[in-house]
Ligand binder design. Sequence first.
Ligand SMILES: Nc1ncnc2c1ncn2[C@@H]1O[C@H](COP(=O)(O)OP(=O)(O)OP(=O)(O)O)[C@@H](O)[C@H]1O
Length: 318
Amino acid sequence: MQAIEVSHLIKKFGSLTALNDINFSVEEGETFGFLGPNGAGKTTTIRILTGISRPTSGKATIFGHDIEHDTIAARQSMGIVSENSNVYDDLTAWQNMMFSAELYHVGRKEREKKANELLKKFELYDRRNDKAHGFSKGMKRRLTLAMGLVNSPRLLFLDEPTSGLDVQSNLIIRDVVTDLVREGVTVFLTTHNIEEANIMCDRVAIINKGNIVAIDAPESLKKTIQSVQSIEVSFDHNSADQLDELRRLPMVNNAQKEGDKFKLYTEDPSEVIDALMAYAHVHNLKVISVTTLGPSLEDVFIRLTGLQRAGDGVHAID
Ligand SMILES: Nc1ncnc2c1ncn2[C@@H]1O[C@H](COP(=O)(O)OP(=O)(O)OP(=O)(O)O)[C@@H](O)[C@H]1O
């Protein structure tokens, strides 16, 4: 059975078309990533799929239940973890869990068992009697996730699960999601983090300006732009002009500095390696390491969304 089926979904806000006739389906047990730049339509899609917002036209079903007309049945099988934490600051972690369990109509006995289990899993058990008020952002996000799992959902919606979090919370969340997937839970996650989608998802949809521009497994998406390759190089010392000089080498399409390395994009790696060796010789530099890399999911994303690479990440052109 399909966990999610979306057909001809359109959402307009006045004259703005936030979703422009999108279609996709997610199989039960799949981890499906929704990747797109700011304003692409990710949150709008999640809000429709979780029954919070209505589409202008089109249809979405959750395990066969129409989300618009059979909302209660559709929502019964889902857990929702939104980016904006729905944790109540004045309640303790335990009280928040109980509140969420009640909302999801989890039976009294089951509630306590589930809360104990989840608080332990998310490493919050020792703080269960503390008010959420004093929790860090990472702890709050972990608690939100624990609350979203209290009804043992078959389908979990995660909106930007790890954005802006500390390393520990990040790792705990990824581990728990990996365990859930192993247990057969379907996961729909939106993210800005391309590497996260690459690691976690069976398939990824890239959405841009309300249109789905690609859907496939990360590895298959990378194969579609096999011509883009990159060479990572590091020298024994760096100077301020190096990046510009490397950009001007023959066959280099673009270059960026990443830590102590330079990444050069090209369609002809062997020409660029020759040019790099000549460059090092002329400038009296020693090459410490040089590696040829295939296209990354970020390269695919940039190609499909028309975004531009800058020194510190990916930026919209407009
Ligand atoms: N309630 C609303 N009223 C008017 N416009 C809206 C509303 N909600 C979203 N939009 C617009 O719809 C488009 C899609 O927004 P959406 O929040 O779905 O993007 P997103 O991909 O989730 O972006 P981000 O990554 O920044 O959260 C944007 O242009 C946004 O400004």
